[in-house]
Design a protein around this ligand. Structure first.
Ligand SMILES: [Zn+2]
Length: 116
């Protein structure tokens, strides 16, 4: 049995799965869950995405939203159908962006400590 995994930067992954992207206006920027951008704290209430939910959200966008890009946020930013049938648990998290986030957080904590 052959198992296929996907790896790439976040912009590439968003395009592969049809999300409108992680831009500043996207209210649901995460490929793996439906945590709204405005919510900064992790929550147990957060609904996970799946390949099936991405397909269903895009289908709803095309049917109910009539493919109007301005309304894509109502359909969790599923602008296009996923290009490959690779389940989300086989997508490697974008290491560079995670590392940059950790370094930035560490830098801010260090800066705050220096001010104290
Ligand atoms: Zn997420």
């Amino acid at each position: 049995m052959l198992k296929v995994f996907l790896n790439g930067d976040y912009d590439f992954l968003c395009k592969m799965y049809g999300l409108s992207g992680p831009q500043g206006t996207s209210p649901y920027p995460c490929l793996w869950c439906l945590m709204p951008r405005a919510m900064h704290q992790p929550s147990d209430q957060c609904q996970l995405r799946s390949l099936e939910s991405l397909l269903a959200d895009n289908k709803s966008f095309m049917q109910l939203g009539e493919g109007e890009k301005k309304d894509v946020a109502k359909f969790y930013n599923s602008l296009h159908a996923p290009m490959a049938g690779i389940a989300l648990d086989r997508v490697s998290p974008p290491y560079l962006h995670i590392l940059l986030g950790i370094v930035l957080k560490h830098h801010k904590l260090l800066e705050d400590a220096a001010h104290d």
